[in-house]
Design a protein around this ligand. Structure first.
Ligand SMILES: Cc1cc2nc3c(=O)[nH]c(=O)nc-3n(C[C@H](O)[C@H](O)[C@H](O)COP(=O)(O)OP(=O)(O)OC[C@H]3O[C@@H](n4cnc5c(N)ncnc54)[C@H](O)[C@@H]3O)c2cc1C
Length: 531
């Protein structure tokens, strides 16, 4: 399909679907996803979406909680903009038909939960599968819309820049078909995060940082990539690839204790020693505390215990977690849950303003792929779904307000110089090596020596992968690996350039937090501004 559309949106998570539905009345849209419609991280979100609609709460309190979690690095104007539009965003979801959990006793008629770092209950949720409930509703709307052309199982490879403007992109079927050139007046990157760069992650397989890598290669600045949020509580089980135990479990009273292999210390609740907020401390503190206890005692995991909560309450509030744990033989009403930290959220990304505009005219970014400045050095729980809806709306409004740009001509993809590969093993090997290297050397606690070691290894991998890319026909595995190696390299370079510990970035060699907080901005034209 060589074609032309008004707007191409890459990614059908909450950011992509919000943008599409806000634009579709006025523009012809191509919505592309390398998986099936809406099967990204948004669909996996359990806890909920944070916003202020309750008159007893205030936007200012939500802003302050976000700024505190962000450890001085949030862009305050962007934070105020996004949180200020939170009520409108949740109301829009309700208007689309999303069935949030009701509560007859609350003035809003909806149940609000509380999560770590929030000073009050302000999380709208649909039991413990909020993302799925939202995505299901929006998926139906998108499928029914006549102005939206949906292309599933197609992967965006690279953007086409002409005369300094984004003119379109190249797409390939994930079943390795021919590569199409698609022209667009505007392109929106809504392709999610990069958790797959780490060996252990809560993210779905699609989270390979494609948007960050594509934008970087197209000339956009990338900010704050060292701030990777490790979710403190991912289920530890050999067959549970990436299942997280929501923050809300601790919000509702779950406690963290040492497991039997801790010997004399088994059963001891350890969070109160690490932080006065105990299990409700922000994620970075909880993840680091667990990492500390695991390293101190040589543990494979710690326990999250909810046995003191009534089983009926657990069934009502955490049905998905209960069912999933049961699949692995764990009855959480009777047994503690084994948990480990795992890469969860990419706070950094493609630098945008609050209209989602990147450095390249005609190219927008929204959702986890972007760095608006909302999350600073650490994302506050449930603020990311909110950002997806608010930024998706803002991108759509900006596109509709701008003069309609002319369509460029995108040249066909040229692969006349490449052949089929005879050594796919290189790809599988390098995927594994990169993810292990990132986990071991660029994890929860960092040192300069380990980061430099990672940098050398990643550089070698990058050379090998680029040589492979230039010689052979591309496949989804190769394209994702090429993107992951670019993202890994940006994370390491950003981490090395930060000579302090702040938020999610903790360095043994630079333990102090500097008085002045500065973002880490990487430019493809060379040079960076480091905090
Ligand atoms: C397990 C889990 C639980 C979470 N819980 C919460 C929560 O309770 N509250 C909250 O606020 N946040 C939560 N988060 C974070 C939140 O879900 C994500 O940050 C958010 O959903 C990201 O949305 P998105 O639209 O940016 O990306 P996604 O929803 O990840 O969608 C990206 C889409 O882009 C597609 N894609 C990627 N690359 C390409 C390419 N090259 N070509 C074509 N398509 C591509 C993917 O296939 C995917 O469908 C959670 C995350 C996880 C993993």
């Amino acid at each position: 399909m060589d074609a032309a559309f008004d707007v191409v949106i890459v990614g059908t998570g909450l950011a992509g679907l919000s943008t599409a539905l806000r634009l579709a009345e006025h523009r012809r849209i191509l919505l592309v996803d390398k998986q099936n419609l809406g099967a990204g991280a948004s669909d996996w979100a359990q806890g909920g979406i944070a916003a202020v609609l309750d008159p007893a709460d205030s936007v200012e309190a939500h802003v302050q909680d976000t700024l505190v979690a962000g450890a001085g690095l949030c862009d305050e104007a962007a934070t105020r903009f996004i949180i200020g539009h939170g009520g409108e965003a949740v109301q829009w979801l309700i208007d689309q038909g999303v069935a949030f959990t009701p509560d007859g006793a609350s003035p809003l008629g909806l149940h609000l939960t509380r999560e770590g770092g929030h000073s009050t209950r302000r999380i709208f949720h649909a039991a413990d599968s909020t993302g799925h409930a939202i995505q299901e509703t929006l998926r139906r709307k998108v499928r029914a819309h006549p102005n939206i052309t949906l292309l599933e199982q197609h992967m965006a490879i690279d953007l086409v820049i002409q005369g300094g403007r984004c003119a379109g992109l190249y797409l390939q079927s994930v079943h390795n078909g021919p590569i199409s050139a698609v022209a667009a007046r505007q392109v929106v990157l809504a392709n999610g995060g990069a958790g797959k760069v780490y060996l252990y992650t809560t993210n779905p397989d699609c989270a390979t940082g494609d948007g960050v890598a594509m934008a970087w290669r197209a000339g956009c600045r990338i900010a704050n990539m060292e701030f990777i949020q490790f979710h403190p509580t991912c289920l530890y089980h050999p067959y549970a690839k990436s299942f997280l135990i929501s923050e809300a479990v601790r919000g509702e009273g779950g406690i963290l204790v040492l497991p039997p292999m801790a010997g004399a210390e088994a059963g001891r609740r350890f969070m109160p020693e690490h932080d006065a907020r105990a299990e409700l401390a922000p994620r970075d503190i909880v993840a680091r505390s667990i990492d500390y206890e695991m390293k101190r005692l040589g543990l494979d995991y710690v326990h999250l215990d909810v046995r003191h909560l009534p089983p009926a309450f657990l069934h009502e509030h955490f049905p998905t977690i209960l069912a999933r744990c049961r699949e692995f033989g764990i009855d959480i009403t009777q047994e503690p849950i084994p948990v480990v930290p795992a890469a969860h959220y990419t706070c950094g990304g493609v630098m945008t303003d609050t209209a989602g505009r990147t450095d390249v005219p005609g190219l927008y970014a929204a959702g986890e792929v972007a760095c608006t400045g909302l999350h600073g050095a650490n994302r506050l729980a449930s603020n990311s779904l909110l950002e997806c809806v608010v930024l998706g709306t803002a991108v759509a409004r900006d596109i509709l307000a701008a003069p309609v740009p002319p369509l460029g001509a995108v040249p066909p993809w040229d692969d006349s110089r490449v052949r089929d590969s005879e050594e796919d093993v290189v790809i599988a090997h390098n995927w594994d090596e990169l993810r292990r290297c990132m986990w071991n050397y660029v994890g929860v606690v960092r040192t300069t020596k380990r980061l430099e070691r990672a940098q050398r290894r990643i550089e070698l991998l990058r050379e090998e992968i680029n040589e492979y890319y230039a010689s052979f026909h591309v496949t989804r595995d190769l394209l994702e690996l090429r993107n992951l190696v670019d993202v890994g390299s940006l994370i390491v370079a950003s981490a090395l350039s930060r000579h302090e510990s702040r938020g999610l970035h903790y360095s043994v060699d630079w333990p102090r937090t500097l008085d002045r907080a500065l973002p880490t901005v990487m430019s493809p034209r060379g040079g960076y501004v480091a905090g």
